[in-house]
Write a protein that binds this ligand. Structure first.
Ligand code: NAD
Length: 487
């Protein structure tokens, strides 16, 4: 037997302690070589004043064991509390969210009995950077950040995952027909990395049609890799399509630490009744065992679990005409899985982790970290100044701005919510109190930063309420900013 691996375990809130106890019981019976170290997270910690739901001392265990099996927690209502999941993902750099979505027909009712795919969602960037501002009376903003190293890590992880797990195809989903720079980068990096994996088929879909196809033809997909927000939505759609969100596990993987959990929450409505289905957490523990190199125990548990499901061992929410007479409680269910250790399912396909290779992690010893980009020749060619001005017309604003524009710069275009309204705007265009005013070099020569300072100073003197600026640069001669719609 391999040496016991210390893992950090949190029993969580609501049904968390019940399903964790059931899960650990199965792991122990299957001979998983682990030593759990328990930490407290969740509601009690929030209410004790830790705004992220975790006590400072718990980090020490996580950073030491580097493996976290987490039961769901209850997030208290109220704006003072931060999401524990987001805090853990970002603090520990868990950049890859891996969610297998598998149907278990006919035992779990589903429209798609043959569904078997994995969604790999970028976990740290995109609109989840949490950088939001109210800029005017009418306008609020959330910043979408996509980085090249972030794209490289998640896309490489998706290909390495496919290779290690014998998956044949990786589909990238973005909205790069609209977000040409941010989602465009994600797609571009996908196209750059794909040729390094010639045995794997690749495909790109715009997220809207991709999501529609996923809902109607999940058989088209094998591994899907996508930025954070799309992945969040897509993975819930996919889990729901399998017929039960209650069975789905997920892994959050980083260079140093990995966290494994069920996708469902703490189910306060059934907490304490002993009837919750421990399957999502148990299958997350199976992913954890594969991750720590205990494929044999993982396979035994997973096949015993499949055998139990097809024998009609079902918790209350799965109960149907295919179930053995009574619904199983959480612990009875765990015992029924334990009774089947060593069995393989007869009707559903058994799993095999024997051939599963370690997923090489970008940044680990097995694979170098994304290369630093060579520094591009950057030239400052203008500035977008965002202005708060209510009850004005584009022409009036343009005249006011032109009157105070210092030499060396010229006002090129004004947009409202991205649409050009000056010069030559349409009276039909709806305008808010938030104007993006683009000033560019009047000589076509690069600008010194002092030109921008002179502009801002002139605007301030004129009493213009500027709320934000964005520099306009070229990188090795290529435009580093989008043109306005209609420009
Ligand atoms: P939920 O997933 O807890 O429950 C939704 C429904 O599914 C409920 O009817 C519940 O009884 C049922 N359900 C969930 N898990 C089940 C299981 N294992 N067996 C049988 N039935 C199950 O979602 P919710 O009610 O929206 O959220 C409850 C709490 O959980 C909230 O505080 C939320 O913030 C938190 N939450 C935590 C996590 C996490 O820790 N990862 C994830 C989602 C929600």
């Amino acid at each position: 037997m391999s040496q016991a691996v210390p893992i950090t375990v949190a029993k969580g809130d609501g049904i968390g302690p019940e399903i964790m106890e059931a899960t650990l019981r199965v792991l122990e019976a299957a001979g998983a070589a682990i030593t759990p170290e328990f930490i407290e997270i969740g509601e009690k910690q929030y209410l004790a004043g830790h705004t992220s739901g975790i006590a400072p001392e718990a980090w020490e265990s996580l950073r030491r064991t580097k493996v976290f099996l987490k039961a769901p927690i209850t997030t208290p209502q109220g704006s003072g509390f931060k999401s524990l999941n987001v805090t853990i993902r970002k603090t520990l750099g868990l950049y890859a969210n891996v969610r297998p979505c598998v149907s278990y027909a006919p035992y779990v009712k589903t429209l798609h009995p043959k569904m078997d795919l994995v969604i790999i969602r970028e976990n740290e960037e995109d609109l989840y950077a949490g950088i939001e501002h109210r800029q005017t009376d009418e306008v609020f903003q959330c910043l979408k950040l996509i980085t090249r190293p972030g794209c490289e890590k998640i896309i490489r992880y998706a290909f390495e995952y496919a290779r290690a797990n014998g998956r044949k195809k990786v589909t990238c989903m973005t909205k790069d027909n609209i977000m040409k720079m941010t989602d465009g980068l994600f797609h571009k990096v996908f196209d750059e990395i794909a040729p390094e994996y010639p045995e794997i088929q690749t495909d790109h879909m715009i997220i809207d049609i991709g999501a529609a196809r996923l809902a109607t033809r999940p058989d088209l997909f094998d591994v899907i890799v996508t930025p954070n927000l799309y992945g969040d939505i897509l993975s819930d759609i996919a889990a729901e399509l399998t017929g039960s969100v209650g069975l789905a596990p997920s892994a959050n993987i980083g260079e140093h630490v990995a966290m494994f959990e069920a996708i469902h929450g703490s189910a306060p409505d059934i907490a304490g009744k002993g009837i919750a289905n421990p399957s999502g957490l148990l299958l997350a523990a199976v992913m954890m065992l594969v991750h720590i190199g205990q494929a044999e125990a993982a396979e035994r548990i997973h096949n015993a679990w499949l055998s139990a499901i097809e024998d009609g061992v079902h918790t209350a929410e799965l109960h149907s005409h295919l179930s053995i007479a009574r619904p199983f409680g959480s612990m009875d269910f765990a015992d029924a899985v334990i009774d089947r250790l060593g069995n393989v399912p007869q009707k559903m396909k058994p799993v095999s982790y024997a051939q599963t290779r370690e997923v090489k992690m970008p940044g680990s010893a097995a694979m170098s970290a994304p290369k630093a980009q060579p520094t591009a020749q950057k030239a400052l060619v203008g500035i977008d100044v965002f202005i708060h001005a209510a009850h004005t017309r584009p022409e009036t604003l343009a005249d006011q701005l032109k009157a105070c524009t210092p030499s060396g710069l010229e006002l090129q275009v004004i947009t409202n919510r991205g649409v050009k309204v000056w010069p030559g705007g349409f009276p039909e265009t709806f305008c808010t109190d938030h104007w993006r005013c683009r000033f560019v070099s009047s000589t076509n020569e690069p600008l010194p930063h002092t030109a921008l300072v002179a502009l801002m100073s002139a605007l301030a003197t004129e009493g213009i309420d500027f709320i934000k600026t964005e520099n306009l640069c070229t990188f090795d001669g290529a435009r580093g900013f989008a043109l306005a719609q209609g420009q």
